[in-house]
Ligand binder design. Structure first.
Ligand code: PMP
Length: 431
């Protein structure tokens, strides 16, 4: 593929932007190549500035469950656009959005909109601390909750890719209040609570991890999270920025039947525009200003364009719940074929997925936590990624990420992807 215009843009970008990008993984560093610059997207496809076409499995890292430029979402944005883009004042669409999320997610009685997943988790942590009067939080190695200071520790995703799980600039004092536990490790979680239980404000967890690649929660782990937080008076925070409205219409908490105290959202609830949100039990959420003493605000929070896009997306999902079944079927179709092809070529892969969120790990052990994820062959992933990209299949440029199937991926798209996978596996035989 010729990507000369992208290359030229990247050279210009590097002169004026750190790494030439506005978010690290976009620089394609871990796969050792220059990134294509994207000009447009429609349905399941994107086109770069050189005119190359790709079937897109990144989907803006999860928000685009309805694919690119879905007519229902575009229409909703257009209608709002004509009325103005932001007022910094209360609007009806915010109320409708809040009502809809509260209706679909039973643990959420009250919700506050913010502008990103990072803001959502940062605010939820502040709320947990303000509500409980305690400082310590528990997070899990390999889970990513955005880049706020107290959460940027053993954070998976881009941080894993670049081998800097503890960012410079985070004061040591911050890190000391973040206790790190292994994902799916009930015994370790119990130990942490036995030692620090009365100091723990909350436990934040990706109920299906997506930022060390996709890692499924064990049911006893989720139950232990609920039981231990309840027993010690700590809040259970489900970070559903990625899983919210992705793994089911009632999010991961609906799928697994576990009710957290607080939930954070992002991605899908913005329909492709910048949004985050946090919500939960009324008694806790009333601590937020102006009702309560925990301060949190935002110039563009509840932005009407973002609310319109998110509301259109959630409404479409709610009115067509069979979508989740169809997405799961498509995921199983890819998974089955990928596994067969890898086996034929004698290549060890492990595929983890919950519905339409999925990772192909180049690994010979089951991936159940950060440690096992890190055993993956990143060199093989990079080679696979390049082969796929050359054949017009756009996968995440890192082993430690999740890919997503949208409603717009057709079986023809999936068959093309499977064909590309076949060629990629034949190439990988030499590894
Ligand atoms: N939490 C989770 C689970 C995420 O996957 C992400 C982003 N990938 C975030 C928080 C941060 O969201 P944002 O990038 O919108 O700040």
């Amino acid at each position: 593929m010729n990507r000369s215009i992208s290359h030229a843009l990247f050279e210009r970008a590097k002169k004026v932007m750190p790494g030439g990008v506005n978010s690290p993984v976009r620089a394609f560093k871990s796969v050792g190549m220059n990134p294509p610059f994207i000009a447009r997207g429609y349905g399941s496809h994107i086109w770069d500035v050189d005119g190359n076409e790709y079937i897109d499995y990144v989907n803006s890292w999860g928000p685009l469950i309805l694919g690119h430029a879905h007519p229902a979402v575009v229409d909703a944005i257009k209608r709002q656009l004509e009325l103005g883009t932001s007022y910094g004042a209360a609007t009806e669409i915010e109320v409708k959005m809040a009502e809809l999320v509260c209706e679909l997610v039973s643990s959420v009685e009250i919700i506050r909109m913010v502008n990103s997943g990072t803001e959502a988790t940062m605010s939820a942590i502040r709320l947990a601390r303000g509500y409980t009067g305690r400082n310590k939080i528990v997070k899990f190695a390999g889970c990513y909750h955005g880049h706020s200071d107290s959460l940027l520790i053993r954070a998976g995703s881009g941080a894993t890719t670049f081998g800097v799980p503890d960012s410079k600039g985070v004061p040591g004092d911050m890190a000391k209040d973040t206790l790190i536990c292994k994902y799916n490790d009930v015994a370790m979680l119990k130990d942490i609570f036995e030692k620090y239980g009365s100091e723990i404000a909350g436990v934040i967890v990706e109920p299906v991890a997506g930022n060390m690649g996709t890692v499924l929660p064990h049911m006893d782990f989720l139950r232990a999270l609920r039981d231990l937080t309840g027993k010690y008076g700590a809040l259970l925070i489900f970070d559903e920025v990625m899983t919210g409205f992705r793994v089911s219409l009632n999010c991961a908490q609906g799928l697994y039947g576990i009710k957290p105290d607080l939930t954070t959202f992002g991605k899908i609830i913005g329909g492709g525009l910048p949004v985050g949100a946090y919500g939960g039990r009324e008694e806790i959420m009333r601590y937020i200003s102006p009702d309560g003493p925990v301060y949190q605000a935002g110039t563009l929070s509840g932005n009407p364009l973002a609310m319109a896009a998110g509301y259109a997306t959630l409404t479409l999902l709610k009115d067509n719940p069979e979508i989740y079944h169809e997405l799961a079927n498509k995921a199983e179709y890819l998974k089955k074929n990928f596994c067969e092809i890898a086996k034929e070529n004698d290549i060890d892969i492990k595929i983890n997925n919950v519905g339409s969120m999925m990772t192909v790990f180049f690994n010979d052990v089951d991936v159940v936590d950060y440690e096992t994820a890190l055993k993956s062959r990143t060199d093989m992933y990079a080679a696979y990624f390049k082969e796929m990209l050359e054949q017009g299949i756009y996968m995440p440029p890192s082993q430690f990420e999740t890919f997503f199937i949208s409603t717009e991926h057709s079986y023809e798209d999936l068959d093309k992807t499977i064909e590309a996978f076949k060629l990629a596996m034949e190439t990988l035989r030499r590894y």
